[in-house]
Design a binder for this molecule. Structure first.
Ligand code: GDP
Ligand code: ZN
Length: 368
């Protein structure tokens, strides 16, 4: 019998610790097993549980429908810690999710205002940006806002360093737009910077970036030669078929895991303080504005306007900040609208049932 509270638990290589074990006590008493979700698809997931026989881990396919939620942000995602009923038939069942420490959430593509969780419970959000083309600073700022908002530590990795001669100059430019964030140049091709990057990672890391940024290649470089072998896991689906799936939660040789996310063409922000954190330099300037509620447009004594004037704050960065802020405001107004709509729906249900109660109709068994 595996002791779920022990630090030597096989899942500790995946981040299982005393705090999670403490939160899990209640579920353990109910006969449930702790697991980390390594991949999610419609109504199902793959998860890692302790293997009683080998003392290692095994991958189990499970039903996630009991923890489904109309709000996609509350649905299980890769990196979530789960309480699983392994004995459930025909398929093990996810009964509950443990509370999330961090979550990388973006607005789903298109005009909708729903959120989508890319990874949960990560310590670092690693933003991969290819040096094969001039980096798009606005896009990096956007990813940084997403990363700060998650609650994890952002890290920018400039990939394919072998393709440029001036990697360090580009890095200096990117550092200027990433206050408080480490920026590294790496090459999976030559191995440049990979050891430094390894040393920066601990616990769980979500890897985000555009498709083609070199994320998969970098994951393989970090995971070492066994990468493909670890990524492919064989599991048995509910019809007893053996299937080979790609794991999105990849263990690293020195400990820790990487969560690979799909290439993102569109990274919409999903509200919160992330934008202000990504633009901490502007927030610091704003402290010196004469008015507390300065909009930095035309007020006298505006420190932001002064910085724009003397060139210490580039116009491009200011516009990027205002654009991301507007986007966040839009999301906030949409979620307010959604809450209002839900309230109205609830109110209608209540008034309908009240009308029913006041009205002695044929549905009333007492009066009939
Ligand atoms: P992903 O879509 O972000 O997962 O990107 P991939 O890892 O599939 O890489 C996209 C392309 O960039 C592939 O053709 C890789 O071979 C290439 N690539 C990735 N890393 C490097 C690198 O360090 N140097 C060079 N020259 N090419 C790279
Ligand atoms: Zn101002």
């Amino acid at each position: 019998m595996v002791n779920h509270t022990s630090a030597a638990h096989p899942l500790s290589a995946y981040g299982w610790d005393e705090d999670r074990a403490a939160e899990f006590t209640y579920f353990a008493e109910a006969g449930l097993t702790p697991a980390r979700i390594s991949r999610v698809d419609r109504g199902r997931c793959d998860l890692l549980v302790a293997d009683e026989e080998t003392g290692g881990l095994r991958t189990v396919r499970a039903d996630t429908r009991p923890v489904g939620d109309p709000d996609p942000v509350k649905c299980p995602c890769t990196g979530d810690w789960a309480a699983v009923d392994l004995a459930a038939q025909p398929l093990p069942t996810v009964t509950a999710l443990l509370s999330r420490g961090t979550a990388v959430v973006r607005k789903t593509a298109g005009g909708r205002s729903d959120g989508q969780v890319l990874a949960a419970n990560v310590d670092t959000v690693m933003i991969a940006v290819s040096l094969a083309a001039d980096p798009d600073l606005g896009r990096i700022e956007r990813f940084l806002a997403l990363a700060w908002e998650s609650g994890a530590e952002p890290l920018v990795v400039l990939t394919k360093g072998d393709l440029v001669d001036d990697g360090d100059f580009i890095r200096a430019d990117v550092e200027k737009i990433a206050p408080g964030v480490t920026v590294l140049v790496v090459s999976a091709e030559t191995g440049e910077g990979i050891d430094v990057l390894r040393a920066c990672l601990h616990g769980a890391t979500a890897l985000v970036g555009q498709s083609g940024a070199g994320k998969s290649t970098l994951t393989n470089a970090l995971a070492g030669h066994r990468a493909m072998a670890v990524q492919e896991t064989r599991s048995v689906d509910e019809k007893g078929r053996h299937t080979t799936t790609t794991r999105e939660l990849i263990p690293l040789p020195d400990g820790g895991v990487v969560i690979d996310t799909p290439g993102l063409r569109e990274v919409g922000l999903y509200g919160g303080e992330g934008v202000d954190m990504a633009f901490a330099d502007i927030a610091a300037l704003a402290e010196a504005c004469r008015f507390d509620d300065c909009s930095h447009r035309s007020e006298p004594g505006c420190a932001v306007a002064a910085a724009l004037e003397d060139g210490t704050l580039p116009q491009r960065r200011m516009e990027s900040y205002l654009k991301l802020q507007r986007e966040n405001d839009w999301i906030a107004s949409r979620s307010d609208a959604r809450v209002a709509a839900e309230r109205l729906k609830k109110w209608k249900t209540i008034t309908k049932s009240m009308r029913g109660a006041n009205n002695p109709t044929r549905h009333d068994p007492v009066r009939r």
